[in-house]
Design a protein around this ligand. Sequence first.
Ligand SMILES: *Cc1c(COP(=O)(O)O)cnc(C)c1O
Length: 459
Amino acid sequence: MHNKHSWAEPYKIKMIEPIVMTTKEFRQKALKEAGYNTFLLRSKDVYIDLLTDSGTSAMSDRQWAGIMMGDEAYAGSRNFYHLEKTIQDYYSYKYIVPTHQGRAAEHMLSQILIKKGDYVPGNMYFTTTKLHQEMAGGTFVDIIVDEAHDPDSLYKFKGDVDLNKLQKLIDKVGAEKIPYVSIASTVNMAGGQPMSMANLKALRQLTNKYGIKIMHDMTRIAENAFMIQLNEEGYADKTVSEIVYEFNLLTDGATMSAKKDALVNIGGFLAVNDYDTFDKARNMVVVYEGLHTYGGMAGRDMEALAIGIKESVQDDHIRARVGQVFYLGQKLLDMGVPIVKPVGTHGVFLDAKAFLPHVSQDKFPAQSLAAELYLDSGVRAMERGVVSAGRNKKTGEHNYPKLELVRLTIPRRVYTQAHMDVIAESVQRVFEKRDSINGMKMIYEPEYLRFFQARFEKL
Ligand SMILES: *Cc1c(COP(=O)(O)O)cnc(C)c1O
């Protein structure tokens, strides 16, 4: 049923936000002032902004109408009960604690469930998730399938857990040292790769045997469900909404950054099925975020989120969203540009090592490529390579990650197919002149999360 027509957007445009087209001279100057770091560019100087898909979605007229229906009562806001019911009906979880965004939910979950000396296995890591697990005294262990680390592997569910890796960890440290398995749908750091239902079912069986919980980072659950519908046997005739529900039912609770799939600019929540964890979180949220019926959100934001959740799991919406990302990915593949395969659901990742084989990793190929792309067309991308990986704490040397990538992240419902064409053409122009790109030297390096504020000079 979902193959009846092409992936055209199931909406039309009612309001527009002008963006500026700049000259090359202008961009040259702006880039120099930003120290050749796309994080330091001003948004007003960017033509097409692919820095992130977080909080950058366009809301619908229904969501904006919801904003006007905000009930800003300090306690017991009507919008909270709408949000709570929506999460129960669409996501299956019983108890909900709203937060200002995803990391606040991660903080509470980690503090409540992790004890010092515990291990938290996960399907690769996410920056904030892992940090909160470590701050609670836990040690993160990567149990994702090996294929996830290989940009050329065409494996369809690179977000899958390797059950042997989990079994080995259980045998080594004991199940009582593992409070939960942390799974993400989809896996951001692997390039937006999905986890299969079959793998989650097998994981559920194994964890049940040992009484280990499964906690779900459901930031991109709709995109993951769409990939299950598209590629997993037995799911072609189920709706994305049904698949989302079934997936969540196999887990014990979730943290959500609503700034991604749920189509809002700010928001998040912790959702769990056991009352004890809920009770602790509800008590903790008043210390860090706000009363348990608003967390860190205004009433209007909870209303927009409740509506956004319902829109996000509609088949036509998610097909168009992922379809647009695939369109850009396919275009780049046809041009012979090296990218991570299969194309992810929220962005296309350029393989900077293959793109600029003559630039050694200590000359920051991905950073250089992101800078050249902005210079060429005003398209802003993000480095995910040696700069993001930081330095080894003991030796002080750069960490050299296997994947040296430039992420072209596509905001939801924001850009058109013509924008995708412009992006692809710009990448192609930079690809054609790649021999003239010589890498960069870092001239300023902050101590923490250096990728945000580091400055560079061209070589
Ligand atoms: C963005 C993100 C988070 C953190 O959420 P925030 O809303 O930015 O705090 C956690 N996990 C994943 C997979 C994310 O993409």
